[in-house]
Design a protein around this ligand. Structure first.
Ligand code: GUE
Ligand code: MG
Length: 295
C-alpha cells in the first residue's frame, strides 16, 4: 500500500490565493492595506530564512510587511517597548514575535504584552482561553494548518480517534483542542506516555509534533490512517549535506498510512498561509468589518 500525499504546498498556495482575493475589498474598506509586523531578535540563520519567506508571501497577498530586527543583546525593556509601540500603531493588524528569543530574554513577559486582537500567533492568554472556551479568537497557525490538511483528506473528523504526540503551547495543546472541537476523540500523548507505539496504533489521525527526527515508525501506524507530520528537523544526510525530515519515518509510514503530509511541503507552508489568514481576520475585526468569507 502506498499512502496518498497531502500536498501542503498546493493547499497553502490555494489558501493564499483566496486570502489575496479578500485583501482587495478589505483594503478598500480600511483605506489601507492590512499590515503584519514581525519582530526578530538575534541572528539565528533558520529564523532569518523563515522571516524573509514570510515577508515575501505577506507582500504577495497584498498586505504590508513591517520587519523589526533587533540585536541578540537587546535588553528586555527595548523588546517590550517595541511591542507596546506596535500595539499602538493603527497600521499594524498583526504582531508576530519570532520564537525562541535569545538567552536572557523573557518570551512569556513579551508575549503577554501583545494586544490579543493583534496576536496572530494565538499565543496570548486571551486567545488560548478562547480556544478552551470554544469562543472566536485567533488560533495558532501550525495547529490550524494541521487541521486544514487533515480535513482535506478526511472532511468529517467526527468520531475518529486522533492521537497528538507532543503537548507544546504553540502546537500540541491547541491542536488537540481543535481536533476535539471537530468532534474527534483525542488522546494527548507525549514523551512520558506508556506504550506510545500502541497508543499511536489506535489513531485514525496521527499528529506528530515532538521535534524528534523520524521518531514515529511504520509499525506505529494503523493501516489506512491519516498522518500529519508537524516536525521540521534539519539533519545531516548520509552524504553529509543538510536535509529536512519530519517526526515520522516517511518511507516506512507511506507503506502503511492512507494519507500523509510530506516534510518539506506539508505543514510548514500551511503555517505561513494561516498566519496571513489570521492577519486578514485581525484587520477585519479591528475595523469592525465582518470576517472575510471563503478563506
Ligand atoms: N512566534 C513564532 N511563530 C511561528 O510560527 C514560528 C516561530 N515563532 N519560530 C520558528 C517556527 C518555525 N516556523 C516555520 C514555519 C514554516 C516553515 C516552512 O514553510 N518550511 C518549509 C521548508 C522550508 C525550508 O526548506 O527550510 C516546508 O516545511 O516545506 C518552517 C518553519 C514557524 N515558527
Ligand atoms: Mg513532550
Amino acid at each position: 500500500m502506498t499512502a496518498a500525499l497531502i500536498d501542503g504546498k498546493a493547499i497553502a498556495k490555494d489558501l493564499r490565493e483566496r486570502i489575496s482575493g479578500a485583501v482587495g475589498p478589505l483594503e478598500a474598506a480600511l483605506g489601507r492595506k492590512p499590515g503584519l509586523a514581525v519582530v526578530l531578535v538575534g541572528e539565528d540563520p533558520a529564523s532569518q530564512v523563515y522571516v524573509r519567506n514570510k515577508a515575501k508571501l505577506t507582500r504577495a497577498v497584498g498586505m504590508e510587511s513591517f520587519e523589526h530586527r533587533l540585536a541578540a543583546d537587546t535588553p528586555q525593556a527595548e523588546v517590550e517597548a517595541l511591542i507596546r509601540q506596535l500595539n499602538e500603531d493603527e497600521t499594524v493588524d498583526g504582531i508576530l514575535l519570532q520564537l525562541p528569543l535569545p538567552d536572557g530574554l523573557d518570551a512569556n513577559a513579551a508575549i503577554a504584552l501583545i494586544d490579543p486582537e493583534k496576536d496572530v500567533d494565538g499565543l496570548t492568554e486571551v486567545n488560548a482561553g478562547r480556544i478552551v472556551l470554544g469562543k472566536q479568537g485567533l488560533v495558532p497557525c501550525t495547529p490550524q494548518g494541521s487541521v486544514i490538511l487533515a480535513k482535506s483528506h478526511l472532511p468529517d473528523l467526527s468520531g475518529l480517534n486522533a492521537v497528538v504526540i507532543g503537548r507544546s503551547i504553540l502546537v500540541g495543546k491547541p491542536l488537540a483542542l481543535l481536533l476535539q472541537s471537530e468532534n474527534a476523540t483525542v488522546t494527548m500523548a507525549h514523551s512520558r506516555t506508556k506504550d506510545l507505539a500502541e497508543v499511536c496504533r489506535s489513531a485514525d489521525i496521527l499528529c506528530a509534533a515532538v521535534g524528534r527526527p523520524e521518531m514515529v515508525r511504520g509499525d506505529w501506524i494503523k493501516p489506512g490512517a491519516t498522518i500529519i507530520d508537524v516536525g521540521i528537523n534539519r539533519i545531516e544526510a548520509e552524504d553529509g549535506t543538510a536535509k529536512l525530515v519530519g517526526d515520522v519515518a516517511f518511507d516506512e509510514a507511506k507503506e502503511v498510512a492512507g494519507a500523509i503530509t510530506p516534510v518539506p511541503g506539508g505543514v510548514g507552508p500551511m503555517t505561513i498561509a494561516c498566519l496571513l489568514r489570521n492577519t486578514l481576520l485581525a484587520a477585519a475585526r479591528r475595523a469592525g468589518q465582518p470576517d472575510p468569507q471563503g478563506v
